[in-house]
Design a protein around this ligand. Structure first.
Ligand code: NAD
Length: 434
């Protein structure tokens, strides 16, 4: 099929590359010329395992191209994906201006040749109806199109696997023709693997994404709540949560205490869902509790550091991990950055390292000493703070780390080490909830 993807960030880029890999002809559109230049050279502007090889392969076989203008892409395509960003506004509402702009530009290029518009960006319920209204307002009379919702559940770091082997495909479509086109679109994938495809109405599809992210965020906040209980009661949160997660109704995933969730999705999506509840006149206290516990997560962690070191002013503190989670260079809402800002505000001298996110963090917080590896961070530090659970940190030579620090104190915000082993090596060790 002939597809176009409008907005080639983490979602649009991965979607475009994967659909080309599945045999479709894909035109990706982005108005960021710097990114386009990289794409066209076969370079990925984001760190995502495996994506650059797939990009090069599909550029070479001619199934994938990148351009800056929406009209030629729309003209060439049967299906047009909207994958633009939907950032939060100051008041927590979703800023839908990029969606509206994309819809307007699509409208100007469609006529009586049928087009299927697919919203893949995460949006509040009823957005597809607004997209439809917008297209109708700006398109030529007699234009034929439908708008469907096809929310994306990929996770940065495993994005390609998540797109090519998803847990489920959700299609919100209100008519048969649109459904059939979506079935044909996903056929190369559903022929290969056994994946549930759920057809729902458009509003349900929009709510599924916000509901799923809110539930996952609630699991993380519950794990953090248990961690605080265990710290006060002198129990071990990892033992407690592991046993709780053995119940198949609960499951172990996302029951990990730490310094809280970040990224571009959870914080924004649960605020958006909170707004939806507000508009619908539904009590929002569950959402508020998730958010409060999440803020407390990194603040409590920092309090432990302050309690142990007493005065931070002038002390050299090492931070390992800047990305909001491992296997990505994404630092949006990363708790590591909030912690660094607080350390600096208290006069600490911060050294930091991340396997992929240093360049992006440098732009956000320039006055930090960025290092080439964890060993350089440890050199001369009075404490090390582990903020992202990269595998690289789990495999560190801990003797070497200990010997290069001024005082061997580790605050492990992601519980990557066993407390007993750390104490045996000679560290003063603080995990979360244990
Ligand atoms: N990042 C994730 O892990 C993830 C996962 C699932 C869903 N989502 C959702 O997918 C959407 C996109 O997220 P993202 O992380 O890929 O965003 P992003 O900020 O990385 O990328 C968005 C891209 O859209 C481009 N763009 C915006 N308006 C445009 C226009 N009019 N024409 C051409 N290009 C335009 C921007 O230049 C940018 O490259 C959001 O709604 C997000 O909530 C994200």
């Amino acid at each position: 099929m002939k597809l176009s993807i409008i907005g080639t960030g983490y979602v649009g880029f991965t979607t475009g590359v994967c659909f080309a890999e599945l045999g479709h002809n894909v035109i990706c559109v982005d108005n960021n010329l710097e990114k386009l230049d990289k794409f066209n050279k076969g370079e990925s502007p984001i760190f995502e395992p495996g994506i650059e090889e797939m990009l090069k392969r599909n550029l070479e076989n001619g199934r994938l191209s990148f351009i800056s203008e929406i009209p030629p892409a729309v003209k060439e395509s049967e299906i047009i994906f909207i994958c633009v960003n939907t950032p939060p506004k100051e008041d927590g509402h979703v800023d839908l201006k990029y969606i509206e702009r994309a819809a307007r530009e699509i409208a100007l290029s469609i006529n009586d040749e049928y087009k299927l518009i697919v919203d893949k960006s995460t949006v509040p319920v009823k957005t597809a109806e607004k997209v439809r209204e917008t297209i109708l307002r700006y398109c030529a009379s007699g234009a034929k199109f439908d708008v469907v919702s096809n929310p994306e559940f990929l996770r940065e770091g495993t994005a390609i696997k998540d797109v090519l082997e998803p847990d489920r495909i959700i299609i919100g479509a209100d008519n048969e023709h649109a459904k059939e086109m979506m079935i044909e679109l996903y056929k190369p994938l559903t022929d290969k693997i056994n994946v549930p495809v759920k057809f729902v109405n458009v509003r349900s599809a929009e709510l599924i994404k916000h509901g799923a992210n809110t539930f996952l965020a609630a699991k993380i906040s519950f794990a953090n709540l248990m961690a605080y209980v265990c710290e006060e009661a002198k129990a071990d949160a990892l033992e407690v949560l592991d046993a709780i997660g053995l119940d198949v109704r609960i499951g172990k995933q996302f029951l990990n205490p730490g310094i809280g969730f970040g990224g571009s999705c959870f914080p924004k999506d649960i605020s958006a869902f909170e707004n939806t509840l507000n508009v619908l006149g539904i009590d929002m206290s569950l959402i508020k509790a998730i958010q409060q516990i999440n803020e407390l997560a990194w603040q409590r962690f920092l309090k432990k550091v302050e309690k142990e070191l007493w005065v931070l002013d002038g002390k050299v503190i090492g931070v390992l991990g800047l990305a909001f989670k491992p296997n990505t260079d994404d630092i949006r809402n990363s708790p590591a950055l909030k912690i660094i800002e607080e350390l600096k505000a208290n006069g600490a001298k911060v050294k930091a390292y991340d396997p992929q996110a240093v360049e992006k963090t440098k732009k956000a917080i320039p006055d930090v000493q960025y290092c080439l590896d964890a060993y350089e961070v440890a050199q001369g530090s009075e404490a090390l703070l582990i903020c992202t659970e990269w595998d690289e940190f789990k495999a560190l030579d801990l003797e070497r780390i200990k010997n290069s620090m001024v005082t061997p104190i580790i605050f492990d915000g992601r519980n990557i080490f066993e407390p007993s082993r750390m104490r045996e090596i000679g560290f003063k060790y603080f995990g979360v909830g244990r």
